[in-house]
Design a protein around this ligand. Structure first.
Ligand SMILES: Cc1cc2nc3c(=O)[nH]c(=O)nc-3n(C[C@H](O)[C@H](O)[C@H](O)COP(=O)(O)OP(=O)(O)OC[C@H]3O[C@@H](n4cnc5c(N)ncnc54)[C@H](O)[C@@H]3O)c2cc1C
Length: 282
């Protein structure tokens, strides 16, 4: 029999975590499925559980001149309608799960799960988001691409929890999130894509691409983005095939129940091509 504790404040949660490790349960939409022996059977948790979904201190969206700050336990549904949330993240969340799931699922849960197919992660990487984690005596702010270290692996320590997601404020000329899944929503991605660019006086001053479900973590190559920044839209479009081929070695998908390597590789390349085709002088 495992301990199951419902905490009512962040301080209380951090005090429990300071004593011993717990499985943190927010919305439970990943954990309830992962901890069933067989589909449609009751969950069987092997570790003591800390229920953190009641922590109202971690449910907010606010901003200052530089960043948008999202409380980690804000539901995906709340974020999908919130006026301060970047439009690209709202577009992404609209393609995640169903309204019922989104009402209980949290953004911290999507990050904590660290699935290569986690949809919000693709957009959070693209937007240069950071994750704030707290323990009783320490706070750390870590760029998301460093926080997630592999398939279902993060830098989170046993005595910490994610308390906030920080997204630099940035306006782009155009942003796009595209997901290929078995259905439009309520399906885990076979491949997902986020892109953004800014054009000033005909020159692309910001060019970003991120892909999900085609590598162990989200794929974003800032060194390639830099190479294609400072060029005109026409020049980037003329380099379409070159850009796709530069990304191709980094696209290393796996075969699983949802799709296979060959399909995922082709779809990922098509998504990059379609994004470049859609670029406008603005
Ligand atoms: C029907 C269905 C459809 C789905 N569709 C999608 C989809 O389209 N796209 C997608 O990306 N996902 C999808 N999911 C997966 C899931 O809903 C999301 O990953 C969701 O964001 C998880 O949030 P949660 O609060 O329920 O996480 P939980 O299940 O509570 O936790 C998930 C993980 O995060 C950790 N965690 C939770 N909160 C914290 C915290 N504050 N600090 C540190 N660690 C924490 C937990 O310990 C656990 O390891 C779907 C799930 C279902 C059941």
């Amino acid at each position: 029999m495992v301990d199951q504790i419902i905490v009512k404040s962040l301080e209380e949660a951090l005090m429990y975590l300071n004593e011993k490790p717990f499985l943190l349960l927010a919305g439970g939409t990943d954990l309830m499925i992962q901890n069933r022996a067989v589909s449609e059977t009751p969950v069987d948790f092997k570790k003591d559980i800390l229920y953190i979904s009641n922590l109202s201190e971690c449910k907010y969206v606010k901003f200052d001149n530089e960043n948008v700050y999202i409380g980690s336990l804000t539901s995906l549904e709340t974020l999908s309608h919130h006026e301060f949330v970047p439009q690209l993240l709202k577009d992404t969340i609209h393609e995640m799960a169903s309204p019922g799931i989104r009402n209980v699922a949290t953004i911290a849960g999507n990050i904590g799960n660290a699935s290569p197919a986690g949809d919000s992660l693709v957009t959070l990487y693209l937007l240069d988001a950071s994750v704030k984690v707290e323990s009783l005596h320490q706070k750390r702010i870590i760029p998301i691409e460093n926080f997630i270290t592999g398939v279902r692996k993060t830098l989170l320590k046993d005595n910490e929890l994610i308390t906030e997601i920080i997204i630099p404020k940035k306006s782009f000329s155009f942003t796009s999130f595209v997901k290929v899944g078995g259905r439009k929503a309520d399906a885990i991605s076979k491949v997902s894509f986020a892109g953004a660019y800014t054009v000033e006086n005909g020159i692309v001053t910001d060019f970003r691409i991120a892909l999900g479900a085609i590598y162990q973590t989200v794929l974003r190559r800032k060194e390639l983005e830099k190479e294609y920044t400072g060029l005109s839209v026409c020049t980037i479009r003329s380099k379409r095939e070159e850009i796709i081929s530069r990304y191709t070695p980094f696209i290393q998908p796996i075969d699983d129940q949802r799709s296979n390597k060959k399909y995922r590789l082709q779809v990922a390349k098509n998504m990059i091509g379609a994004f470049i085709d859609s670029m406008k002088l603005i």
